[in-house]
Design a protein around this ligand. Structure first.
Ligand code: ATP
Ligand code: MG
Ligand code: MG
Ligand code: MG
Length: 564
């Protein structure tokens, strides 16, 4: 393309509100413009890069036999009510009513829609396993959408879903996906790690996050200095951290609270069975031998709403503006959808160190306590030897020291199991004609975030340095002085020749000063720059690689021979 008429509105400076390097550089390179908080226009250069990344993802999905489709972004509330997530997803869900006052939402993810499709259209084991994927705009009303494409409220995601008759089959697809992700991020030239991860609000089993290493990342990773072990610090528990335990003398003694509304154990268990996600945020303790459930962590507002709903109460007690709690629950109601392992992790995370202000109680009104300290006030036996990993700890696999690094989550693979097929009754007939529940996996990649993460990892003071796989163009051709006939003729010829050879070339044919062109060229970060300048008279041009800075002079024929 000839740059003169292209929409590449580069800027020398951007406002201080753009904090992240990728945000600043993509604004400056004329790639993105903000329309509203977390909502961006992709200008031509950014859109080319997005499509490059999409194409790599598509090729690797197709390679493992996944089928591409496109699901609607508008989802009817009924499906999400069926899965329980209409109430549960929380304030990130963007929803609206149509003219008939029917509820809809804009999909933040598509487990419900795909499960609905597959339960209607796939009935027999003969069609399974099956993996479906789409590349689509997603909507999440993020709390702080301030980081450019890293955290948008409208963003592009590849989401894939697999369906299986048994866990072995899911294991295989999970491994294939994992390998496909490794190929994708490798093709993009990224320095990344796959880490064991916490299942967050998805309510699942094994899962891994793919993290692009970057000091600006929000996640902390525990990496082994010697073997392949890598985990999200959230999940990496190795032993108990006494140093962080609160001074019990400073924690006030438990104090009795009166409880609003009545609570029945059945109501609470019902709520928990329906909404296992919030359960992940829950703890199980015993007080004098009675099981006690404490809701902690997670989205405060969501917990509050849910607890109030479940108990029919107008208010519920909050502690420390962090911990909300109501009580009760039999061990099975709690551990069922979660698994003991998850419970142990959550307990280790929060019980001892953050729960000093917690409220707890039993399954009857007026029996709640404020300021309970697990361990001091009641017995806690699930988490005896667990704590968050620290730098320098021994790696659980090989014993070598752990180091920390920051990362940006660009992908996530999950074994969902029957989380959605249970709540949405998605079944198939097996070989004997018996009905079975579909076993599922889900696999996301944030395509637009991936572009920004690439910039976070690959830039210098002068601008972006695109890896070839994501570069909007491969060659930036610059004519230093277009008024010089020899230069302009050679540049034009070279441009046509490169294009004819299928090279993706951006030709800076603007009448600007050379200094402006070079500055912009560094900012845009196209991998190879070819400059037609003074040596044009000898039929020679200068080449320079954006990343290494390596440069030299060649005749145009030599140059063309070297290009792939
Ligand atoms: P995060 O922890 O950053 O909020 P997430 O765990 O909520 O992300 P997932 O539900 O796992 O995200 O979605 C799959 C992928 O979509 C993520 O791995 C990430 O790459 C991308 N993604 C999630 N939220 C956003 C967002 N707001 N903007 C851009 N990409 C996003
Ligand atoms: Mg999120
Ligand atoms: Mg996450
Ligand atoms: Mg995730």
């Amino acid at each position: 393309m000839r740059q003169k008429n292209m929409l590449i509105p580069t800027l020398r400076n951007v406002g201080a509100e753009a904090e992240m390097v990728s945000h600043r550089l993509m604004l400056r390179a004329g790639m993105i413009r903000q329309l509203a908080a977390g909502v961006y226009t992709y200008l031509p250069l950014a859109y080319r890069t997005l499509r490059k990344v999409e194409q790599i993802v598509r090729e690797e999905m197709d390679r493992i036999g996944a089928q591409e489709l496109l699901l609607p972004a508008i989802n009817p509330a009924e499906l999400w009510q069926e899965s329980g997530r209409w109430d549960d997803y929380g304030p990130e869900l963007i929803h609206f009513q149509d003219r008939h006052e029917r509820d809809f939402l804009l999909g933040p993810t598509h487990e419900e829609v795909i499960t609905d499709l597959v339960r209607n259209e796939v009935n027999s084991y003969k069609k399974l396993p099956m993996t479906l994927y789409q590349i689509q705009t997603k909507y999440r009303d993020e709390r702080r959408p301030r980081s450019g494409l890293l955290r948008g409220r409208e963003f592009l995601m590849k989401d894939a879903y697999s369906f299986h008759v048994d866990w072995e089959s899911l294991d295989k697809t999970y491994r294939d996906m994992y390998q496909a992700y490794i190929r994708i991020f490798t093709r993009l030239g990224l320095d990344f790690r796959a880490v064991e991860a916490d299942s967050g609000a998805m309510g699942g089993e094994e899962n891994h996050e793919f993290m692009v290493l970057s000091d600006s990342g929000e996640d902390t990773l525990a990496l082994c200095s010697s073997c392949q072990y890598a985990a999200n610090v959230e999940t990496a528990k190795v032993g108990r951290d006494e140093t962080k335990a609160p001074d019990m003398a400073e924690v006030p003694k438990p104090e009795k609270l009166s409880t609003p509304g009545a609570s029945t154990i059945d109501e609470v268990i019902q709520m928990l069975d329906k909404q296992p996600e919030q359960l992940i945020k829950s703890l199980l303790f015993t007080v004098d031998g009675d099981p006690v459930l404490v809701l902690v962590r997670g989205d405060h507002e969501v917990n509050e709403i849910k607890v109030k709903q479940a108990l029919g109460a107008e208010t519920c007690h909050l502690a420390d503006d962090q911990t909300v709690n109501r009580v009760t629950g039999a061990p099975t109601g709690f551990a069922g959808p979660l698994g003991l392992k998850e419970a142990v992790r959550v307990v280790a995370d929060h019980a001892v160190y953050e729960m000093a202000e917690a409220v707890t109680g039993a399954n009857e009104a007026d029996a709640h306590l404020l300021h309970v300290a697990p361990g001091r006030d009641f017995q806690v036996d699930l988490y005896a030897d667990i704590r968050t990993v620290q730098e320098g700890d021994a790696c659980p696999h090989c014993g070598e020291p752990i180091r920390f690094a920051k990362g940006i989550e660009v992908g996530h693979v999950f074994k969902l199991g029957t989380r959605y097929s249970d709540s949405m009754n998605a079944t198939f007939l097996d070989q004997e004609g018996k009905e079975g529940r579909l076993i599922m996996g889900c696999y996301g990649i944030g395509i637009s975030r991936l572009v920004a993460a690439t910039v976070e990892q690959s830039h210098d003071d002068n601008g972006i340095i695109w890896p070839v796989g994501a570069a909007p163009y491969h060659v930036h051709l610059i004519a230093v002085n277009l008024k010089d006939e020899t230069q302009s003729r050679l540049a034009d010829q070279l441009y046509e020749r490169l294009r004819a050879d299928g090279v993706e070339v951006l030709y800076d044919n603007r009448q600007d000063r050379a200094g402006v062109k070079f500055k912009d060229s560094d900012l845009l970060g196209i991998p190879l720059r070819i400059t037609v300048g003074k040596t044009a008279a000898e039929g020679k041009v200068e080449y320079k690689f954006r990343r290494s800075g390596k440069s030299g002079t060649l005749t145009t024929e030599e140059l063309i021979k070297k290009l792939p």
